[in-house]
Design a protein around this ligand. Structure first.
Ligand code: SF4
Ligand code: ZN
Length: 287
């Protein structure tokens, strides 16, 4: 297959995923979460191309600066340069500005206090909230993220390893519209293996950050990624099979979540399932 045919085959698969899961409407204002890594830039590239056929839809890139020295700065520059090339606005928010700490400062504190949580546990929750804030700031009605098939299968297994089975139901390709201040999320690459996403970036000459995050080594996700890659090597199709099994289980698991009643977080005013939102609960642990 030539470079052009490969790129078009990926674009076709993404389009089919969007249609199958009814992810986007012709007049959506979509905030694309762009980190500067290969998957988010592949997503931006594919959506920018698709958007040309939907004149009433608009795209804006949103980037979260977690504040990770020697890692984030390069990724932010790559994200900004790609947005300039594609003529897409790049809106950024930072942990420092939103929470008062960079991730580096948070990690220092969790290590001082011997907090058992990993940097990724903090980063994941704080970044999710930051993305939502960024999307609200640009008046987007959808957030598109670059989660690939690999990410999705890893997350489902992680939830099982953490004993958080109800979360599997909440983490599908499209999140529900549960609160007016929680922007709906869609994952157009959820059926694209990570390898194909990387190859797409390569054949389209998309520059992306390849150095790993300095905190990535501490995450359980790495062990699950290695396990799944080993299984895939020995039994081709494993990732698709697990993904399909989870999709079949999801409706049955949805009932386990119960109905969440949202209230305004006592600290920040954003929607929360209890008195405090998850981000404020975590920040309390380091203050
Ligand atoms: Fe954040 Fe962990 Fe990803 Fe680093 S590897 S950016 S700490 S979630
Ligand atoms: Zn809060």
């Amino acid at each position: 297959m030539c470079r052009r045919c490969f790129a078009e085959s990926v674009e076709d698969k993404v389009r089919a995923t969007i249609v199958r899961h009814r992810m986007l409407e012709y007049n959506d204002h979509v905030a694309v979460a762009v980190s500067g890594g290969k998957d988010s830039l592949t997503l931006l590239e594919v959506l920018a191309k698709m958007e040309r056929n939907y004149p009433r839809a608009t795209l804006v890139a949103v980037t979260v600066d977690e504040g990770i020295r020697g890692y984030r700065d390069e990724a932010m520059e790559i994200a900004a340069a790609t947005c300039t090339r594609l003529g897409i606005q790049n809106h950024t928010v930072s942990f420092k500005q939103l929470y008062g700490y960079t991730l580096d400062e948070i990690v220092e504190r969790i290590r001082e206090r011997k907090n058992p949580l990993t940097p990724c546990a903090f980063c994941g929750v704080l970044r999710r909230k930051a993305l939502n804030v960024a999307a609200l700031e640009v008046n987007a009605n959808k957030i598109a993220t670059g989660h690939t098939l690999d990410d999705e299968v890893q997350t489902s297994l992680l939830n099982i390893f953490h004993g958080d089975v109800p979360k599997i139901a909440a983490e599908g390709p499209v999140t529900g519209k549960v609160h007016p201040r929680l922007v709906q999320k869609v994952k157009p690459l959820c059926e694209i293996p990570e390898r194909e996403s990387a190859l797409y970036a390569y054949v389209k000459d998309v520059a992306f950050q390849s150095t790993p995050c300095p905190y990535a080594g501490e995450a359980m996700r790495n062990d699950i990624r290695a396990l799944l890659n080993r299984m895939e090597e020995r039994h081709a199709g494993t990732k698709f099979t697990v993904s399909k099994s989870i999709a079949r289980l999801r409706p049955a698991l949805a009932g386990l979540n119960g109905k969440s009643e949202f209230q305004a977080c006592r600290e920040c005013g954003e929607p929360a399932a209890g008195e405090l939102c998850m981000a404020c609960q975590l920040l309390k642990q380091i203050q």
